[in-house]
Ligand binder design. Structure first.
Ligand code: CU
Length: 156
């Protein structure tokens, strides 16, 4: 069977490529931006996510809201700001590490909990260690592929 010798090498190569692609992809998180129906609505939303530089958050809503990119103190006391985006959806790029704060400035929405605080971590895509991990995952796949190819062509 020709496939028996060929398949493992193809699998290893594809796995290496898939790993490389996955480690370089930026995430786009979609958020239903509402006056929360429960106190833990936004903490639940962020709980299973890791925000990295290069990712983005897409704010989407259906009724009257807006998004203001604010400071920590503005977030804490729901103070108004001039930098308000009122049309949706709004895609916020996370371009730097650190904390980011967003509120809705319509009526008392922020006071009722329509506010989001996230922490953006370094993506690692632009560091040498992450490049090493990606390439390190690809080369064993290629090496194993080569061994399988050679064993297939020379020993079978
Ligand atoms: Cu609102």
């Amino acid at each position: 069977m020709a496939c028996r010798g060929l398949m493992p090498s193809v699998c290893c190569f594809m796995f290496g490529l898939a790993f490389l692609a996955a480690s370089a992809a930026a995430a786009e998180y979609k958020l239903h931006w509402i006056v929360p129906t429960s106190a833990d609505y936004y903490t639940n939303w962020i709980s299973n996510k890791t925000f990295e530089v290069g990712d983005s958050v897409m704010f989407n809503w259906s009724t009257t809201h807006n998004v203001a990119d604010v400071s920590k103190s503005e977030y804490d006391d729901c103070s108004k700001t001039s930098s308000v985006v009122a049309s949706h959806p709004v895609q916020i790029q996370l371009n730097s590490t650190g904390s980011r704060y967003f509120i809705c400035t319509v009526d008392d929405h922020c006071g009722r909990g329509q506010k989001l605080a996230i922490t953006v971590k370094n993506s690692g895509n632009d560091t040498s260690s992450a490049s090493f991990v990606s390439v390190g995952a690809l080369y064993p796949g290629l090496a194993i592929s080569l061994v399988y190819f050679l064993s297939y062509y020379y020993y079978i």
